[in-house]
Design a protein around this ligand. Structure first.
Ligand code: URA
Length: 191
């Protein structure tokens, strides 16, 4: 793996490590601030993201933007990436071999960004990053520390669109995130 952000992005955008390259329109590397202290990790691109090459640009993305705004953040204050960078056809869950083939890009993004905080959006992300047995309904909003990074899993915004009854819980999680940022990296709010 290359050790600069630009080289990593270049390699990722030309990746053919799994078969998803055959059906993708764009690789969705990530978006946001390369000096971010907070990294959001979703699952993988959907149709809109594949078309535009940018994560979370559909309805779920608008909801994510709204949640960020509620706690006083913009996309430019954080970084947003996914477990897999290419769209799984028909929006199916990424297959284990696709995740395995892609994960080094996220590892390198995380190493270079060196965030203080990671927020996993949804089960697929939280199972991969926090706990293989992660149950979103039970464990959302609970903070753990791994390798010096504070992390928490919350509801995926697309799941919130399907199941709005979980929105108050998600809001609590974002308020918890605001507290964590205030403790660990108050400068984020002074940008
Ligand atoms: N869902 C995700 O998990 N990631 C995106 O980028 C878009 C929708």
């Amino acid at each position: 793996m290359p050790d600069t952000w630009e080289a990593l992005e270049h390699d990722c955008k030309n990746c053919r490590e799994c078969s998803l390259w055959e059906t993708r329109t764009n690789v969705v590397f990530g978006v946001g601030n390369q000096n971010a202290e907070v990294l959001f990790i979703g699952e993988g691109p959907g149709a809109n993201e594949d078309a535009q090459g940018v994560p979370f640009v559909g309805r779920a993305g608008h909801l994510l933007d709204d949640m960020l705004e509620i706690i006083g953040l913009k996309r430019d204050d954080v970084y947003i990436a996914n477990i897999v960078k290419c769209r799984p056809p028909e929006n199916r869950d990424p297959a284990p071999e696709e995740v395995a083939a892609c994960l080094d890009y996220l590892r390198e993004q995380t190493r270079i960004l060196a965030p203080k905080i990671i927020v996993c959006l949804g089960r697929i992300s939280a199972m991969r990053i926090i706990d293989p047995g992660f149950k979103v309904t039970k464990q959302h909003g609970q903070w753990v520390e791994k390798g010096g990074i504070h992390m928490m899993g919350t509801f995926h915004p697309a799941a919130l669109l399907r199941n709005p009854g979980n929105k108050p819980g998600a809001l609590e999680d974002f308020l918890g995130l605001r507290e964590k940022i205030r403790q660990l990296c108050p400068e984020v709010y002074e940008l």
